[in-house]
Ligand binder design. Structure first.
Ligand SMILES: [Zn+2]
Length: 151
């Protein structure tokens, strides 16, 4: 059964092929949990092996760095990039973050002066009336008033 590697570190759950697939996912920008799910292992497994296997720990670290860069490359400049990735470019991110902060202040002020939104009423959909019932149309029109929220 052994494949001659002589060390049980990976075990059947996390053999080299699976490790490589996992690291590829991470390097491509997947979160650790996503990458684990993608290769069919428990999400704690890579962390466990990183603690007990220095070589794997370094590979994981490298994959994480590449994944972070890959994710960052995909993020357009804007508020999120300013807040999460620390981009302070003067062209887009810094003004976007300033504008968003100002917008949140205005929204907070507005919220303080009006009633909180009431939850949308639960509307039950009436059963399709039987065509031969003379009252079914009246019942239906009373139980489902026109939707005023659309106005
Ligand atoms: Zn930027």
């Amino acid at each position: 059964m052994t494949r001659g590697r002589g060390r049980p570190a990976g075990g059947p759950l996390f053999d080299e092929a699976t490790r490589q697939q996992f690291l590829d996912q991470v390097a491509a920008g997947a979160q650790l949990g996503e990458a684990a799910a993608a290769v069919g292992i428990h999400r704690n497994l890579p962390g466990y092996h990183a603690r007990t296997d220095g070589v794997f720990a370094r590979r994981l670290e490298e994959a994480l760095a590449r994944g972070k860069a890959a994710r960052a490359d995909k993020v357009p400049h804007g508020e999120y990039r300013y807040n999460v990735l620390g981009c302070r470019c003067k062209e887009i991110c810094t003004p976007a973050a300033s504008a968003a902060r100002a917008g949140r202040r205005r929204a907070a002020d507005a919220d303080a002066t009006r009633e909180p939104d009431s939850p949308a009423p639960v509307r039950t959909v009436p059963k399709a009336p039987e065509p031969e019932s003379p009252t079914s149309f009246l019942l239906r029109s009373r139980s489902s008033p026109p939707d005023r929220r659309a106005a």
